[in-house]
Design a protein around this ligand. Structure first.
Ligand SMILES: [Zn+2]
Length: 468
């Protein structure tokens, strides 16, 4: 039995569903063969069900997993008054409080637990938008890369692929407002950030991770710093991914207009060379022209449906953007939910609720909504990750998931029916038989080898961070 081949009765290739597909990969975990209509032979193992590409998770702040679920209460006595109501901004106050207490050990424990949860949910790689860099006093650790290295280690131990995006954070608002005390752990001047990237390059190369840069947002990075940082990054790696939070909140849009006379996506498109290296996270609030220009730029819109719902951000208008072939992908962001199926389902449901129609994001080529959502999210996610994880094709990494064709939920269904059921009628992750990255099995029937140990360390880390 070869450990580097698999026969799939159904496989979702970048071009659509195929029958009787032979998959093979080399010792580096790179796909060498994807052959549809192959004959089944006894020396090649048969997949337990339909095979899908692994999903790249294009936006994560790992530490936020530590307080997911703990901000679902009214924090202000004027909760019924819209002006004093809980919002993204009141959530951010709670998030800062948690971030202040984080240590390298607790960050690693939380990230390890989270990355196991991601793998169990069918995410095979993650873009980590990492901004808690310094010690609690705001000073650099003895090794400025300490916190970043903990994330790399968590990724390596669990087996998830990583794009590490150290965050450049300098100001508290548009017009270079001085940073707040509670932002001190996040701050770098631009040269210090470029030095951190240089420090991290060999560590990333060694662990198979991709290194990029995340200017946090237009409110946190002044124009001069943005220009300087992008030039510095270009010199280090001209293809490196660049991620930015762009238009998550209406208030962010209003503040940007007050500062510059333009909306945030528009401002960025006017002032930076936005192309396929870029991921605009939470491009939630765009007007018609911004949507058209972003779609044509080749950049990826980073959509985080469950977090955007949780924080009351607003709904991304997907249909007109996708009609113009705009690239997009999904992220679990604050990790209120860690579920590929749930992100895709909510992405479609947001459109249905807004438009009072069904199957909004189906297309002429993909009548099945789930097929289109899955394929486009993999393709956009891979572009945002800057890694060869764009699906079941030769030359791409062998990152894939196998649905469990023997599970009662999926038994007797063909490939498209099984995926649609997995996305729209899934009651957990038990419909995944296995999850592999670079050809190596990381999860089998829901279990990851480190999950028991990681769960204990996570619970202890969280308890220590929540203790007054
Ligand atoms: Zn974010």
């Amino acid at each position: 039995m070869s450990a580097t081949q698999l026969f799939a009765p159904y496989a979702l290739l970048p071009t659509g569903w195929a029958r009787d597909v032979l998959l093979a990969w080399d010792e580096h975990g790179r796909m060498t063969t994807v052959q549809a209509g192959a004959a089944e032979t006894p020396d090649v193992p048969r997949a337990a069900g339909p095979v899908l590409a692994g999903m790249p998770n294009l936006h994560s702040h790992a530490f936020q997993r530590g307080f997911a679920g703990l901000t679902e209460y009214r924090s202000s006595p004027q909760g019924d008054d819209p002006a004093g109501a809980d919002s993204f901004w009141s959530w951010r106050t709670l998030m800062y409080r948690f971030a202040q207490r984080l240590s390298p050990d607790t960050l690693e424990a939380i990230a390890t637990q989270l990355y196991i949860e991601m793998l169990r949910a069918g995410y095979t790689s993650v873009c980590e938008f990492h901004y808690v860099h310094h010690d609690v006093g705001g000073k650099s650790y003895a090794d400025a890369a300490e916190m970043s290295l903990r994330l790399l280690r968590a990724a390596q131990r669990t087996g998830i692929g990583m794009t590490l995006l150290p965050v450049l954070y300098q100001t508290a608002g548009f017009g270079a407002k001085p940073p707040l005390a509670e932002q001190r752990r996040f701050l770098h001047d631009t040269d210090a950030m470029l030095a951190l990237l240089e420090r991290l390059m060999p560590a990333c190369a060694q662990s198979g991770a991709r290194l990029g840069l995340a200017p946090h947002s237009l409110r946190a990075v002044p124009e001069k710093s943005l220009t300087h940082a992008l030039a510095g990054l270009q010199a280090l790696d001209a293809q490196a991914p660049i991620h930015i939070h762009i238009a998550e909140q209406q208030r962010e849009v209003d503040d940007c207009i007050a500062w510059s006379g333009t909306r945030p996506v528009e401002w960025l498109l006017n002032h930076a060379d936005v192309d396929a290296r870029w991921c605009l996270v939470h491009a939630t609030h765009m007007d018609w022209d911004e949507r058209r220009r972003l779609a044509h730029s080749g950049a990826v819109a980073g959509i985080c449906p469950t977090t955007e719902a949780n924080l009351g951000d607003g709904v991304f208008e997907a249909a007109p953007y996708m009609a113009q072939h705009g690239a997009w992908g999904i992220g679990s962001d604050s990790h209120a939910s860690v579920s590929v199926a749930e992100e895709l389902r909510l992405f479609e449901y947001g459109q249905r609720l807004g438009l009072q129609r069904r199957n909004v994001l189906a297309s002429d080529t993909h009548a099945q909504v789930a097929d289109r959502l899955y394929l486009e999210a993999v393709s956009g996610g891979a572009r945002a990750a800057g890694r060869a994880v764009s699906g079941l094709a030769p030359g791409q990494q062998a990152d894939f998931v196998v649905l469990d064709g023997s599970h009662p939920t999926l038994a007797g269904l063909n490939g498209p029916q099984a995926l649609a059921t997995h996305v729209f009628a899934c009651h957990g992750h038990e419909t995944l038989a296995e999850v592999r990255t670079a050809g190596r099995r990381r999860v089998q029937h829901g279990a990851h080898p480190l999950q028991a140990e990681a769960g204990k360390l996570f619970a202890a880390a969280r308890a220590s961070l929540l203790t007054d």
